[in-house]
Design a protein around this ligand. Structure first.
Ligand code: ADP
Ligand code: MG
Length: 625
C-alpha cells in the first residue's frame, strides 16, 4: 500500500506570527475581487458610473488579459488623490457605518483599484473640471506626470495576473474571457440606457449603444442588447408597491431559451444573482413554461437601501434582503400577473415572412390590468354581465362526439346554468370576435374589430380545462377535484406498476377526482373521474395520471407535480383536432378564452391564438401601396 507521503503542516510554534506586507494583502484580496478580466471590467465600470459618466468606452485586447482600458467622462480624480485611490480601503463613497447601511453607489469597499493594481500593471489617467490638464499615475512606479486629456478618467489595466502566474493559468481561452467581459458590459449597459457605451475588442468596434433619455430609454436599450425579437415578445412590467418597485421586461414563453443566459435582475441599479429573486421568477413562470426552457427577463427592483445588505459578498453580486418574503411575493405576483394577461401578437411581427411589421407595432405590451386588450387596439374590454359566463357544460359539449340535441346539460361543478350567448352585444365587440368557421378541423377563424383571429382550438381548450382544474384544486374543500361517478365502471388491463401506483396513491387520486379499484391481479376498474374530464377517454387519462404519479408520487412533490399532472389531464380532456364544431360551440370557446387567465398560451407555452389585423391583411395583398 503506497499512501503518498504528505508532510505535516508546520506547527504554529515553528514560525512567528507576522503582519503580511501590504502588497500581499492586496493580492489576497484580489483573489476574491478579481477572478478574471471580466471582474476588472465590472469594477472599472462601477467606478465610472459612480463618477457620473454619461459616456464610457471599453477596449479589450486578448480577451482583456493583455489589456483592459475603461475611459469615462465622469468627474475625474484630483492629482493629489490619485495615489489615495489606489490604496486599500480608500474610498470616497462612504465615511461611516451609517453610510454603509444605506449605500447608494455601486462601490463602497474601497478595495477594487488596490486589488487590481496588485495583480496587473495599472495606470490611472484623470482630469477634473477645475484642472487645466490631467495627470497619469503609474501604479507600479508611483510616478505622476501631467498629460493632456478631457475631463474624466481612463484606467488602463495591462497584463492581468502577470505577477501571479498560478492565477493566470486558471484563465480560459481569450475568446471565453472576452465573452465574459462583454457579458459584464451588457449587464451594466442594460441598467443604464442614459449612458453611451462603446466597446472595442482587438482594435475593432463591437458595440456602440447610444445614450437614450426619453421615456422609452429602457425599451430601446433592451432592444439594443437582447434584440428587437425579445422586445416584440416581452411584456413590460411595472407595479405600484412602494416597498419594492418593479420595472422591466419579462419574455413570453416564445423567447424562452435552453440556457439561462438572458436573465438579468437588478436591485437598486446593481446587477445581482440572488436566490430569492431567481426563485420568485421561476415560480412566476411555472405555469406558462414547461420542461427545461429558461425564461428571459430584465427586471429592476427598487427598494429602500436600508432594507437590503449589499455587503455580504466581495463582488456584491449577492445580497441579503431584510424582508425576503415580501420581495419574493411582490416579484412573483407582479411577473405572474403580467404573464397571465391574455394577449396576442400580430402574425407578421414574429413570422419569418418577408413582410415587416411597422415599427410602431413592435412596442412592448404593457401589463397593466386590461391594458393588453387596449394595447391590441380594442376600444374597451367587454365584460360579460354576470350570469352570462359560460359554464363547463358548454365546454363539455365540445368533447361529445355528436352533441346530443336534447340531452340535458350536466353541471358538475355547481355553476349556475349557463345563459344563452349574449345577443345584445354585437359579436365583433368581443375581443376575440365572432366565429366564422373552422379550418381543417384544427383552427377556428373569427372576425373582430381588428380583423381576423385564428385560434388553435385544441391548444386553447387545453389551457381552459387546465385553468379550471387548477382553480377547482385551489378552491375545493379538501382541495379536491369534483368527482363524477361512472354508472358502469370501466375496466382495463393494467400493468403491475399501474396497479401498485393506484394502490399507493389512493388518496392523491381521490384528491384529483379519481376512484380506482383493483379488479384482479391484472386489471383495474375506474369508478369515478374528475367531472371536468368525464367526457374524455378515461382509460387513457387514468394511464397518464398513473404514470405521472409513479414518477412524481411522493408527497413532497405533490404540489409541483400537481400542476404538471393537471396539465397532462387537461391535454387528455381538451377537444381534439378534426372535431367538427358548430358556430355556437366555437363562440363558446372564444368567450371562454377571453375569461381564462393565461389563455393566450397553451400549457406548453405555444400561442393559442393570433390576431391578423386588417392592416396586416392589406399588407399581404399590397393594398394601398
Ligand atoms: P470604491 O469604488 O469601492 O470606492 P475603488 O478602489 O474602486 O473603491 O476606487 C477607489 C476610489 O477611487 C473611489 O472611491 C473613487 O473616489 C475613485 N475612483 C475610482 N475610479 C474612478 C473614476 N473612474 N472616476 C472618478 N473617481 C474614481
Ligand atoms: Mg469601485
Amino acid at each position: 500500500m503506497n499512501t503518498p507521503h504528505v508532510s505535516p503542516p508546520p506547527s504554529a510554534a515553528q514560525r512567528p506570527i507576522r503582519e503580511l506586507p501590504d502588497e500581499l494583502i492586496s493580492q489576497i484580496a484580489a483573489g476574491e475581487v478579481v477572478e478574471r478580466p471580466a471582474s476588472v471590467v465590472r469594477e472599472l465600470l462601477d467606478n465610472a458610473l459612480d463618477a457620473g459618466a454619461t459616456a464610457i468606452t471599453i477596449r479589450l485586447i486578448e480577451g482583456g488579459i493583455r489589456l483592459i482600458t475603461v475611459e469615462d467622462n465622469g468627474y475625474g480624480i484630483e492629482a493629489r488623490q490619485l495615489p489615495v485611490a489606489l490604496k486599500r480601503h480608500a474610498t470616497s463613497k462612504i465615511t461611516s457605518l451609517q453610510d454603509l447601511e444605506q449605500v447608494n453607489s455601486l462601490g463602497f469597499r474601497g478595495e477594487a483599484l488596490a486589488a487590481i493594481a496588485s495583480v496587473s500593471e495599472t495606470v490611472l489617467h484623470s482630469r477634473t473640471q477645475d484642472q487645466p490638464n490631467g495627470f497619469a499615475l503609474d501604479a507600479r512606479t508611483g510616478e505622476i506626470s501631467p498629460i493632456a486629456r478631457p475631463v474624466g478618467t481612463t484606467v488602463e489595466v495591462k497584463e492581468l495576473f502577470f505577477s501571479t502566474p498560478a492565477r493566470r493559468q486558471f484563465l480560459k481561452s481569450e475568446q471565453t474571457e472576452q465573452a465574459h467581459c462583454l457579458e459584464a458590459i451588457k449587464r451594466q449597459a442594460l441598467a443604464r440606457p442614459d449612458v453611451q457605451w462603446t466597446v472595442w475588442a482587438e482594435g475593432k468596434q463591437l458595440h456602440n449603444w447610444r445614450r437614450y433619455t426619453g421615456p422609452d430609454a429602457h425599451t430601446q436599450r433592451t432592444a439594443d442588447i437582447l434584440g428587437q425579437g425579445f422586445i416584440d415578445d416581452a411584456i413590460e412590467v411595472a407595479n405600484e408597491d412602494l416597498r419594492c418597485r418593479i420595472t422591466g421586461f419579462v419574455g413570453l414563453p416564445s423567447v424562452a431559451r435552453s440556457r439561462a443566459d438572458h436573465q438579468y435582475t437588478y436591485v437598486n441599479g446593481r446587477f445581482v444573482r440572488d436566490k430569492v429573486l431567481m426563485n420568485a421568477l421561476r415560480r412566476a413562470y411555472e405555469d406558462v413554461l414547461h420542461g427545461n426552457k429558461q425564461p428571459s427577463y430584465v427586471v429592476f427592483l427598487q427598494v429602500d437601501p436600508r432594507s437590503v445588505d449589499v455587503n455580504v459578498h466581495p463582488t456584491k453580486v449577492e445580497l441579503r434582503f431584510r424582508d425576503s418574503r415580501m420581495v419574493h411575493q411582490v416579484l412573483q405576483r407582479c411577473v405572474g400577473d403580467a404573464l397571465a394577461q391574455p394577449r396576442s401578437t400580430g402574425l407578421l411581427d414574429t413570422s419569418a415572412s418577408t413582410l415587416h411589421a411597422p415599427p410602431a407595432e413592435s412596442a412592448p405590451i404593457k401589463a397593466s390590468p386590461s391594458a393588453t386588450w387596449r394595447q391590441m387596439g380594442f376600444g374597451h374590454t367587454p365584460q360579460a354581465p354576470s350570469g352570462q359566463r359560460l359554464g363547463v357544460s358548454e365546454l363539455q359539449a365540445l368533447w361529445q362526439p355528436q352533441p346530443p340535441a336534447t340531452a340535458p346539460l350536466q353541471n358538475p361543478i355547481g355553476q349556475p346554468p349557463p345563459a344563452p350567448l349574449p345577443h345584445d352585444t354585437p359579436a365583433d365587440d368581443w375581443p376575440l370576435g365572432s366565429a366564422i368557421g373552422q379550418l381543417q378541423g384544427v383552427y377556428i377563424l373569427s372576425q373582430n374589430q381588428q380583423g381576423l383571429v385564428i385560434v388553435d382550438m385544441h391548444a386553447a381548450h387545453e389551457r381552459i380545462v387546465y385553468e379550471q382544474l387548477k382553480s377547482q384544486m385551489a378552491q375545493g374543500a379538501e382541495s379536491a377535484l369534483t368527482q363524477q361517478r361512472l354508472l358502469i365502471p370501466l375496466s382495463f388491463s393494467a400493468t403491475e406498476k399501474e396497479l401498485a401506483t393506484a394502490n399507493d396513491h389512493t388518496e392523491t387520486l381521490a384528491q384529483l377526482g379519481f376512484e380506482l379499484t383493483p379488479l384482479s391481479a391484472q386489471s383495474l376498474a375506474i369508478r369515478a373521474v374528475p367531472a371536468v374530464l368525464a367526457q374524455g377517454d378515461s382509460v387513457a387519462l387514468v394511464r397518464e395520471v398513473l404514470s405521472e404519479l409513479a414518477e412524481h408520487g411522493t408527497h413532497a412533490v405533490l404540489q409541483r407535480a400537481a400542476h404538471d399532472l393537471l396539465a397532462a389531464m387537461a391535454c387528455h380532456g381538451a377537444v381534439r383536432a378534426n372535431r367538427h364544431l358548430t358556430l355556437t360551440e366555437m363562440n363558446a370557446l372564444l368567450r371562454q378564452i377571453e375569461h381564462t387567465d393565461r389563455s393566450d398560451q397553451c400549457n406548453h407555452g405555444r400561442p393559442t391564438w393570433r390576431q391578423l389585423s386588417l392592416k396586416e391583411l392589406d399588407k399581404l395583398f399590397l393594398r394601398g401601396q
